[in-house]
Ligand binder design. Sequence first.
Ligand code: MN
Ligand code: MN
Length: 297
Amino acid sequence: MGSNGQKKDHASELSELTRPLTLPDSASEYSDARYVIFGVPFDGTSSYRKGSRLAPNRLREAYDNLESFDPQYGVDFKESGIHDLGDIIPSEDAETNVNLVETMTGYLRKDGKIPIMLGGEHSITVGAVRTYSDCAMVIIDAHSDFRFEYMGNRYNHACVTRRSLEILGKGRIASVGTRSISREEFESPEFSDVRFISSSYVRENGIEKVAKELKEMFPGKMIYFSIDMDGIDPAYAPAVGTPEPYGLTHFDVRELIKSLSSSIVAFDIVEFTPLYDNGNTAMLAAKLIQDFIGSRH
Ligand code: MN
Ligand code: MN
């Protein structure tokens, strides 16, 4: 009986005419999915340009304009086993969100899924790293994110690599695209426990050499891959919380994903800040998801 006294309501007809905002290629049920997307709309510790809380849905909208088929990989993403859970309900408190993300990724790992987390700001990554504490980590980032604490908060987005080092330990993290490091971070005794690879090094040596070095650094290891969009040059990804010139190219990041994708067990894209976008950053972030999934086929 429908709510207005009719025998039957029209829920199923209405659901055929509408759709919730999920990734357009989210065509699998959770139980069959290989890749599970979820958003974390939180930007509470962003220090400069806020707005990454709006990123998950702007990314989904941009993705809607991409083809589901990519001849480069010979893949139809509708058949790739993608399921989009939507967004978590975030707290105002960064540490609470880190705990939420740990819970989410913990369930996903136990269920044999590959999480693709859409930030939100970079602080949320720490929760996922706790779940993948036996893995190596590759970060794309302009910043070293190596502060012990920032603005009184150990879970500030400027502390992600430092927190991850505490979880993973020495020699297990590489951060690519680095070009912004405070003196305090640079002089910290633990700084050399992370392999920071500057964007200048990538430019001088080529991304293929860097990919080879990373494979040698983490032989046979499962990799957690975190993309802070500001690692990419502002020319390609202008809409980020803390832009920094002289960055990686979009081709560099795609190449690194393709080289490492068979070892990647969890993936995130963070710090995209739609309020500053001309559309290009959203589209690039969406495309990087396709590159990750496509190159694993
Ligand atoms: Mn950054
Ligand atoms: Mn970062």
